[in-house]
Write a protein that binds this ligand. Structure first.
Ligand code: CP3
Length: 369
């Protein structure tokens, strides 16, 4: 268990970071299963295309421009957190940013999502991936620094807003690298995973190396917690997850925790994988909406915090239905320490902003102790 309160100060940690009173953040406290005054809430993809403020920025900049310009990325992050009244801000970035310093070119095509121009499918290509240029991602850390500075004082209710850095998990990132984009069946990914006992472990090892360096920059800059997105781990059988992905994920979790922050590990459609995901040692496991929260919590064990798990599409429901679903998630958590309210996956474009704001307000109202 990571104990932030007794974390030894390091000479390199910024003064900002040192001054932040982590002990007063209900979000960080919940990650560590400490008691809180009310259940902390934030939402996956809280800064995105459903939000007019984001679209106004997006009109003038591409997604990658926003990510790579700390002044804009921090502004987008801050605006969403303040508009919604959530307890944590996730830095505006993208899962695929570490591909560039590794030597993998990609772009985002409208309507198609990410496209990798030369998918990585051979041992030679894996061998050629660079792991020594993670410093090129410093723009993300710089954006985090700005967000941390903005939220350095406690809010009106005395709570310190949590700052979340993030990265992808080795399997999920490998799937984009190998498939060349989003995928339905992950055929090429699994072909390498099953068939190349040299390339696959080497790819996992290189990704972990880069991701640890990237996370370290984010923690140094002021991230209180790191979330690891293993969004597509649910495409794996339990056997394959355990045989090919658990070890690199666990290694990543352990090395990020060693930086002195709790780790949230999240995937979609993972009901059968939960006990194995718990074995990564993550402090918090993210649950999707397909499993009742109490069952998901039982599957990961009481010694672990959970985050989730409202269906993001419930935000399109009439107010009485949405309210009942929010209540249900809270009832499932039953006031146990270590619940962070969230969606089971990201907010989708077209979601009514008012429903998102109401959801946040209801969580606070229903859980005030
Ligand atoms: O507030 C936030 O949470 C937004 C920050 C954020 C983005 N990407 C910006 C973004 C985060 C946390 C991510 C993570 C990410 N990126 C994931 C894991 C999250 C998950 O949902 O499980 C994945 C799989 C990616 C890769 C990626 N980026 C895809 C597949 C897409 C296209 C999907 C789509 O909806 O079109 C993106 C694009 C992207 N990244 C957008 C945003 C706001 C939307 C595109 C845009 O603004 O042009």
């Amino acid at each position: 268990m990571v104990d932030l309160l007794s974390k030894a100060p390091t000479a390199s940690a910024s003064t900002e970071k040192m001054n932040r009173q982590t002990g007063t953040s209900r979000f960080v406290r919940a990650c560590l299963r400490q008691p809180v005054d009310k259940t902390p809430v934030w939402l996956l993809r809280q800064a995105g295309r459903y939000m007019p403020e984001y679209m106004a920025v997006r009109k003038h900049h591409t997604l990658l421009e926003i990510c790579k310009t700390p002044g804009i990325a921090s502004e987008v992050t801050i605006t969403a957190a303040e508009r919604l009244g959530v307890d944590a801000a996730i830095i505006f970035a993208d899962l695929l940013l570490p591909f560039t310093p590794m030597g993998v070119d990609f772009e985002f095509l409208a309507g198609e999502g990410p496209v990798v121009h030369a998918p990585v499918r051979t041992l030679e290509q894996v061998r050629a991936l660079r792991t020594d240029r993670v410093g090129e991602l410093a723009y993300v850390a710089e954006a985090i620094e700005r967000v941390a500075r903005h939220f350095s004082a406690p809010r009106a209710d005395g709570d310190q807003l949590g700052i979340i850095g993030f990265c992808g998990a080795p399997f999920t990132l490998a799937s984009y690298m190998i498939e060349g984009g989003s995928s339905r069946n992950y055929i090429e990914t699994k072909r390498m995973m099953y068939g190349d006992g040299v390339a696959w472990p080497l790819l996992m090892e290189k990704l972990v190396e880069v991701l640890v360096g990237y996370a370290a920059q984010q923690v140094e800059a002021g991230a209180d917690v790191i979330q690891i997105f293993d969004s597509w781990a649910g495409a794996l059988s339990v056997t394959d997850y355990r045989e090919y992905c658990l070890k690199p994920s666990a290694e990543l979790v352990k090395r990020i925790q060693a930086l002195g922050v709790p780790v949230i590990y999240f995937g979609v459609d993972t009901a059968s994988l939960l006990p194995s995901m718990r074995e990564t040692g993550a402090d918090v496991i993210g649950l999707d909406w397909r499993i009742p929260l109490s069952e998901g919590w039982k599957a990961v064990g009481e010694g672990c915090a959970v985050q989730g798990n409202l269906d993001p599409i419930a935000l399109f429901a009439p107010e009485d239905v949405l309210r009942a679903r929010v209540r249900e998630v809270i009832d499932e958590a039953a006031g146990r320490p270590g619940h962070i309210f969230n969606l089971g996956h990201g907010i989708v474009p077209g979601t009514p902003v008012e429903s998102v704001i109401k959801t946040v307000q209801w969580v606070k109202e229903f859980t005030a102790r």
